[in-house]
Design a protein around this ligand. Structure first.
Ligand code: HAM
Length: 417
C-alpha cells in the first residue's frame, strides 16, 4: 500500500483528467460505491475457485455487528449491487458509468501488484450488441492513444455462455483426464469444479498441457459465434488492432461471451494494463433476471509504470506567483490579508506566518516555494508608498505602488499564466 504525494500526485491527477475527459466525451457518468460491501456481493458472483474469493479478500469486523463485510476487491460486482439497489437498469436504453476507486486484494506485492491499488473502470448496461463491446474497447484504446502509449497488445476471446460452456467443460475434462496426475495439486482440485481455471495456471507443467487443450472458440454455439464475429468486424471497422487469444479466461467467473485484455511489455511480469468483458449473467447471481452488461477496468499504477517507461512525465506542481516577505508587524497584517484575498480569487501566493524573521531567512523561504516574485514590505517602503518586487529567476527588482498591490499582482499572475 502506498502513500501518494508531491510530484507523484500530479501524475495521478494528469491521468485522472485524461480518463475523465475521455469517458465524459463518450457519454459516461461517474458512479462511486462504498469501499465496504457485504461478503456475498463478491463470494456469490466472482467465483469459488478464483483467487479473489479463495484468498484475496480483506474481511472487516465491527465489534457491534455480526454482518460479514469486506473491502472491495474489484468494482464490477459492487457496481451491479448498486444497479439493482437503485433500479438503474430500469432506465430506457444503454446506461454508461465509470469509476475511479481503490481496490483491495491480499496478494504477494511486486512491481505493478499492490494490496491497495486503484482501478479506473467503465461499465455499460442495457445493451447486448457487439457494438457495445466494440465501443468500450475503442474507448480503452482512445485513452492509450491520448496518453501516447503505443507498446500494447489487445487480445480478445469469447468464453461462450451457459449453453456452450458445459459442452466445452466436458471437452476439457476429457482432454485433462488422462493427465490428471501430472497437474498441480490446485488444478487437480479444479478439474471437477472449474476445469476452465486450469487454462489460467502458471505452473509450468500445467501450462505445457494447456498448449494442446481444446479451444473454447471451437465450442461456441451459433449466437455466441455470431456475437464474437460481430465484435471482430466492428473492431476492424474502427481500426482497432487485436489478436485472437482463445486461452483468455480472465480471473473472474462472471464473464460470458466477450473477454479481453490489454497487455504491455513495458510492465514486466504483471503485464496486464487492463481487461474486461461481457457479464450478462452477473445479475442472475444476485437472484435477478439477466441484465446485458459489458465493461473493463484498468490499473492506474500500471498505467503510471507504462507512462514512466515511455518517457518520464514532468508534472507541474503549481508554483506561487509571489512570496510575501513582511519586514515588520504592520506589514505582516497587511500582507496576510492580501494573500488570503488573492488566493480566494484563484491566484496562488505564499507567505510564512513566522514572525520577526530576518530578510535572509525570508529570501531562503521564498526560494524554497519556487515563487516567481518576492514582495518586500517594511517601514521604509511604507514611508515611500512603494514596495519592492523581486523577480527571483532574473535577480532584478522594481518598486510598485503599495496602494495598488492587489491589482498589480493579479496582473502579473495573468501574464505568467
Ligand atoms: P481484473 O482483471 O481483475 O478485472 O483487474 C483489472 C486491472 O486491474 C488489471 O488488468 C490490472 O491492471 C489491475 N490490477 C488488478 N490487480 C491488481 C493489483 N493487485 N495491483 C495493481 N493492479 C492490479 C476486474 O477487476 C474487473 N472488475 C474488470 C471489469 C470491469 N470487467 C467488467 N467490467
Amino acid at each position: 500500500m502506498h502513500d501518494i504525494f508531491g510530484e507523484e500526485v500530479a501524475r495521478w491527477q494528469h491521468l485522472e483528467r485524461v480518463f475523465k475527459n475521455t469517458l465524459e466525451s463518450f457519454g459516461y457518468t461517474e458512479i462511486r460505491t462504498p469501499a465496504l460491501e457485504k461478503i456475498e456481493v463478491f463470494s456469490q458472483t466472482v467465483g469459488d475457485d478464483t483467487d479473489i474469493v479463495e484468498k484475496q479478500m480483506y474481511e472487516v469486523k465491527s465489534a457491534a455487528e455480526a454482518e460479514r463485510l469486506v473491502l472491495r476487491p474489484e468494482g464490477t460486482a459492487a457496481f451491479m449491487r448498486a444497479v439493482l439497489e437503485h433500479q438503474l437498469h430500469r432506465l430506457p436504453g444503454a446506461q454508461r458509468f465509470y469509476y475511479c476507486l481503490p481496490m483491495f486484494r491480499y496478494e504477494r506485492p511486486q512491481k505493478g501488484r499492490l494490496r491497495q491499488f486503484h482501478q479506473f473502470g467503465v461499465e455499460l448496461i442495457g445493451d447486448a450488441s457487439p457494438e457495445a463491446d466494440a465501443e468500450i474497447i475503442f474507448v480503452f484504446e482512445t485513452i492509450l492513444k491520448t496518453l501516447g502509449i503505443r507498446d500494447y497488445v489487445l487480445e480478445i476471446n469469447s468464453v461462450g455462455c451457459s449453453d456452450c460452456r458445459p459442452v466445452y467443460r466436458d471437452a476439457l475434462k476429457d482432454y485433462f483426464r488422462p493427465h490428471l496426475a501430472e497437474l498441480c495439486e490446485q488444478c487437480q482440485g479444479r478439474f471437477e469444479r472449474a476445469p476452465m481455471r486450469i487454462l489460467d495456471c502458471k505452473n509450468p507443467k500445467c501450462a505445457e498441457l494447456v498448449q494442446n487443450a481444446p479451444l473454447i472458440t471451437d465450442h461456441l454455439n451459433a449466437p455466441c459465434r455470431e456475437h464474437h464475429d460481430g465484435l471482430r468486424q466492428r473492431l476492424t471497422q474502427l481500426g482497432v488492432a487485436f489478436t485472437d487469444n482463445p486461452r483468455i479466461v480472465r480471473g473472474l467467473d462472471y464473464y460470458s461471451r466477450t473477454a479481453f485484455e490489454f497487455t504491455s511489455e513495458l510492465l514486466g511480469a504483471q503485464s496486464a494494463l487492463g481487461g474486461g468483458g461481457r457479464y450478462d449473467g452477473l445479475a442472475q447471481r444476485f437472484g435477478h433476471d439477466p441484465i446485458p452488461a459489458v465493461g473493463w477496468a484498468l490499473g492506474m499504477e500500471r498505467f503510471l509504470i507504462a507512462l514512466e517507461a515511455k518517457s518520464p512525465l514532468t508534472p507541474t506542481v503549481r508554483k506561487p506567483i509571489v512570496f510575501f516577505a513582511p519586514l515588520d508587524a504592520p506589514a505582516f497584517e497587511m500582507l496576510f490579508e492580501l494573500s488570503m484575498r488573492l488566493q480566494r480569487k484563484g491566484i496562488l501566493t505564499a507567505m510564512s506566518y513566522e514572525r520577526d524573521k530576518k530578510l535572509k531567512w525570508l529570501m531562503k523561504q521564498a526560494d524554497r516555494t519556487g515563487a516567481v516574485y518576492t514582495l518586500l514590505l517594511g517601514e521604509d517602503e511604507r514611508k515611500s508608498g512603494k514596495a519592492v518586487l523581486k523577480k527571483m529567476a532574473a535577480g532584478t527588482q522594481e518598486e510598485i505602488e503599495i496602494s495598488n498591490l492587489e491589482e498589480i499582482i493579479a496582473g502579473r499572475a495573468r501574464s505568467e499564466a
